[in-house]
Design a protein around this ligand. Structure first.
Ligand code: FAD
Length: 364
C-alpha cells in the first residue's frame, strides 16, 4: 500500500459519504449527503462512494444507496461494528481512507458524526469543517449561491479558481456565514447538518448499477476501550420535525399562558396534519422539549407549510426554517423580522388568530 501523506494532495480522488446506520437502518442524513455528494462528484468528474459500518446490515439497504447516487459502496461488516464506538469506527474509517485516499469525506452532523468526524480528521492529520450548511466545488455556481445569501460584492471579490471544497457554515452565533477551505491537506472533511440538503428522488437504475465491496475488517476488542453493556432508549417519543410536511411553531409570544399556547399550536398542527415546533426561547423557558426546537442549534426544516406563532424571527431561528415552501407568521408586532421571510403575515394576538386558523382549516 502506498504511504499515506495528507499533504500529498494530488494523490487523493473521489467523494465519500459516511452512511450512518442505527440498528441496521440507514439514517436519512445518508441519503441527503449522497444526493449532495453526487453533485460534487459530477462537478469534479469522480466517483461517489458510500461507506457503511455495521453488522449484518441488510443487503437491500446497502444496494439502495446507489439509488441516491453512490457508484460504489464499501461495506465494513463486523460484530464489533454493530453499535457505534468511537475507537472502533475511527479505526475502520481511517484504515479505509488511508488505503483508498478519497479527496472529500462527508459525515452527517448527528451525535455520532460529531464525535466520529473530528476523531478521524485528527488521526488523518487533516482538517474538518463542522456543521456545514452548503458545499460547493464549482466556482461559478458558488458565486451564484453567494449572491442569494450574502452582501459581499461577488463581482469584485477574488475567488480561488481551483477545486477546493467550499464549506459554508454559520459563524459568530449565526450572524454571518463563513466559507472554509482546506487547501493543503486531504481528505477535505466536513460534517453536515441533517435536514439542510435535499434528498434526490430514488433512482432504481442507479441502485441496480451500484457495486458493493465488502471490506475485510481488522478489529479486535483490544482496539476498543469501552464496552457497551446496555443501550437505554429515551422513553419519550421524539417529534419528527425534519420529515414533517407542516410545522406549527410557537415562540415567546405564548409567555402569557404557555400551556394554552402550545395546545392551540397542537390543534392547528392536527388540523393541518403537521407537528409542533418551537423557538429556542420556549425550550430555554422549559415550556417544551428540546426535540421541538427549530433553528441553528435546533433542527433545520423545509416543510410545505411553516406557521410561526409569536416568533420574532431572530437570525438563528430563520436559519432553520427560511427555506420552507410557505411561511405563515402571526405576530402582534407589525415590524417583527419574521415578516421579512413570511409568505403570509397576520398582525394580531396568537391566542385569537390561532383558533380562527384552526376553524378555517377544519371548515375546508
Ligand atoms: P422573542 O424574540 O422574544 O419574540 C417573541 C415574539 O412574540 C415577538 O416578536 C413579539 O412581538 C411576539 N408576541 C408576543 N406576544 C404575542 C402574542 N400574544 N401574539 C402574537 N405575537 C406575540 N433561537 C431559535 O429559535 N432556534 C435556535 O436554534 C437558536 N439558536 C441560537 C444559537 C445561538 C448561538 C444564539 C446566540 C441564539 C440562538 N437562538 C435560537 C436564540 C435567538 O437568538 C432568539 O433569542 C430566539 O429565537 C427568540 O425566540 P422568540 O422569537 O420565540 O422570542
Amino acid at each position: 500500500m502506498a504511504e499515506f501523506n495528507s499533504k500529498d494532495t494530488a494523490a487523493f480522488k473521489g467523494v465519500w459519504v459516511f452512511c450512518e446506520q442505527r440498528e441496521g437502518v440507514i439514517m436519512s442524513i445518508s441519503y441527503q449527503l449522497l444526493s449532495e455528494g453526487r453533485k460534487l462528484a459530477n462537478d469534479l468528474g469522480v466517483e461517489l462512494c458510500g461507506v457503511v459500518l455495521g453488522s449484518n446490515v441488510k443487503e437491500e439497504y446497502i444496494k439502495a444507496l446507489g439509488g441516491y447516487g453512490a457508484d460504489k459502496v464499501y461495506y465494513c461488516d463486523h460484530e464489533l461494528l454493530k453499535d457505534y464506538t468511537t475507537d472502533g469506527y475511527t479505526k475502520v474509517i481511517c484504515d479505509l481512507v488511508e488505503a483508498n485516499k478519497p479527496e472529500i469525506v462527508l459525515i452527517g452532523a448527528t451525535n455520532i458524526g460529531r464525535d466520529l468526524g473530528p476523531r478521524c480528521a485528527a488521526r488523518l492529520h487533516t482538517g474538518l469543517t463542522a456543521d456545514c450548511t452548503h458545499l460547493d466545488v464549482d466556482v461559478a455556481k458558488y458565486k451564484e449561491f453567494l449572491k442569494t445569501t450574502s452582501t459581499i460584492d461577488v463581482d469584485n471579490t477574488a475567488f480561488e479558481e481551483n477545486t477546493n471544497l467550499k464549506m459554508t457554515r454559520p459563524a459568530f452565533g449565526g450572524h454571518l456565514m463563513a466559507t472554509i477551505i482546506c487547501p493543503r491537506f486531504r481528505p477535505q472533511m466536513s460534517t453536515v447538518r441533517p435536514g439542510v440538503m435535499a434528498t434526490q428522488p430514488f433512482d432504481e437504475a442507479g441502485a441496480a448499477k451500484t457495486v458493493v465491496e465488502k471490506v475485510p475488517v481488522t478489529l479486535s476488542k483490544e482496539d476498543i476501550h469501552v464496552e457497551i453493556l446496555e443501550i437505554k432508549k429515551a422513553a419519550k417519543k421524539l417529534v419528527d420535525l425534519i420529515g414533517a410536511d407542516v410545522v406549527v411553531s410557537v415562540g415567546r409570544g405564548i409567555s402569557k399562558d404557555p400551556e394554552k399556547g402550545i395546545a392551540l399550536a397542537q390543534d392547528l398542527a392536527n388540523a393541518l396534519g403537521g407537528v409542533v415546533g418551537s423557538s429556542r426561547a420556549c425550550v430555554d423557558a422549559g415550556w417544551i422539549d428540546a426535540s421541538h426546537q427549530v433553528g441553528q442549534t435546533g433542527k433545520t426544516v423545509h416543510p410545505r407549510i411553516y406557521v410561526a406563532l409569536g416568533i420574532s424571527g431572530a437570525i438563528q431561528h430563520k436559519a432553520g426554517m427560511q427555506d420552507s415552501e410557505c411561511i405563515i407568521a402571526v405576530n402582534k408586532n407589525a415590524d417583527a423580522p419574521i415578516f421579512e421571510v413570511a409568505s403570509y403575515g397576520i398582525v394580531g394576538d396568537l391566542y385569537k388568530v390561532a383558533p380562527m386558523l384552526t376553524e378555517a382549516v377544519k371548515a375546508l
